[in-house]
Design a protein around this ligand. Sequence first.
Ligand code: NAD
Ligand code: LMR
Length: 338
Amino acid sequence: AGAHSNRVHENGVEREDCRAKGGAGGFKVAVLGASGGIGQPLSLLMKMNPLVSVLHLYDVVNTPGVTADVSHMDTSTVVRGFLGKEQLEDALVGMDLVIIPAGIPRKPGMTRDDLFKINAGIVRTLCEGVAKCCPNALLNIISNPVNSTVPIAAEVLKKAGVYNPKRLLGVTTLDVVRANTFVAEVVGVDPKDIDVPVVGGHAGITILPLLSQVNPRFSFTNEEIEYLTNRIQNGGTEVVEAKAGTGSATLSMAFAAAKFADACLRGLRGDAGVEYCAFVASEVTELPFFASKVRLGRAGVEEAFPLGPLNSYERSGLEKLKKELQASIDKGFAFARQ
Ligand code: NAD
Ligand code: LMR
């Protein structure tokens, strides 16, 4: 498919593609890493989102097939595929939102930090493209280790002179999705009626669910708090082990990323009251990046909410996570500055 042209060929006839003009509130979204375990179902879900008028699918392999496949879904979103680094810039020009699930996943026995060596370079290259081609786009970073890849993205954008901290978001929605599921199981309600704030970062003990602030409020026993906190912190590892070497969470991640992208787009459209947890540049603690509940709006992150009153279990979890999170942030900074 032509990268910039709005001409489409259908049944041997070339015509102007009216759908690609954006329509009412239509946004242009790119998925980088679209052929992967997350990328494919995420592309499917974005093709189903009525807020998305144009969907660009980029990867270093297999995008022609994924694009042909997804493009047959009878929703109005126009899908275009881009293959290999020579097509990265065409994939990015004009985008409102860029979602990055590119990079290798964990195998059993690995930490997310073990992915740093390969994924840091991938995120740097892709963010250099973003800085050049769509510096005002909102960026959703999924590639692990998120605690380091988001600082890398920030440094790359800074180097290019286009960094806007309100537009860079690390995706921690899967932690909230898991927390909602596990808490709902324990208290015996529908997960859609539960909202668990999860703060900190996205790896092990840096994932801190605030069970004292679950909406609606529930009071948990100490055993329940211990069980839920451990299960939420190790949800990724639970999937990695169950998949036994074939990858990490892809389907629940695509679901979470699609929810978060939809929230970002509703914010960009100007909807009121769009609030999600995300890993962002932050003044909520002394750490330069921190996941907490933020309000999404036209500017991206309009406001990061304070953590609110924590109980002693959560205060101690917060103190414990700071050292590891700061080290992961510094590792990202050091990589991008070298
Ligand atoms: P995968 O291996 O199935 O897919 C990754 C895709 O990235 C592949 O299609 C690959 O070709 C592509 N890719 C590699 N280098 C690229 C480049 N330079 N440009 C564009 N595309 C490139 O992996 P997956 O299961 O989809 O996971 C992807 C990443 O997401 C991993 O790093 C994983 O740890 C992370 N992840 C994060 C969360 C989270 O909550 N933030 C959850 C699950 C997985
Ligand atoms: C997750 O939380 O599922 C992801 O970060 C993938 C992983 O490596 O656990």
